[in-house]
Write a protein that binds this ligand. Structure first.
Ligand code: SF4
Length: 133
């Protein structure tokens, strides 16, 4: 079993952990003794952070609804559908009818871009982040 240094992606604390890798699969985690944030500790979410990596329900490609059912789609199709839907809601109900939730699994730069997109393109300040929920 190999240990790969990483960072917990479940909230903004950024606790240090080792991913336990066996046969090229992530099978567990262990806290990092020397990490300056977590110092050998993980909360219950951190101890289970490996469970989504190979989970069969994990989304690995975009899904769009066709005929009432979610079906796999290309990124171009999914992004076009999302853009159309957001534009329709904005036109019909105004920008404050839209809210955006970002993710601790994104980088700081991705979260910065999402808040810029929300404010400058969508025209609303309704932007929040799962780490505050
Ligand atoms: S979810 Fe828990 S283990 Fe993960 S970064 Fe936040 S406090 Fe640390």
């Amino acid at each position: 079993m190999r240990q790969v240094m990483s960072v917990c992606c479940y909230c903004g604390c950024g606790c240090g952990l080792y991913l336990l890798v066996e046969d090229e699969r992530v099978v567990g985690v262990a806290p990092s003794r020397n990490h300056p944030v977590s110092r050998n500790n993980l909360c219950v979410k951190g101890w289970h952070v490996h469970e989504f990596v190979h989970h069969p329900d994990r989304l690995s490609k975009p899904l769009v609804r066709r005929g009432g059912e979610l079906r796999p789609a290309s990124w171009d199709e999914a992004l076009d559908r999302a853009a159309e839907g957001l534009a329709q809601v904005k036109e019909r109900y105004g920008p404050d009818a839209i809210g955006v939730l970002s993710s601790a699994k994104c980088t700081n730069e991705e979260n910065f871009l999402l808040q810029k997109f929300t404010r400058a393109v969508l025209g609303t300040n309704n932007i929040d982040h799962c780490a505050r929920l």
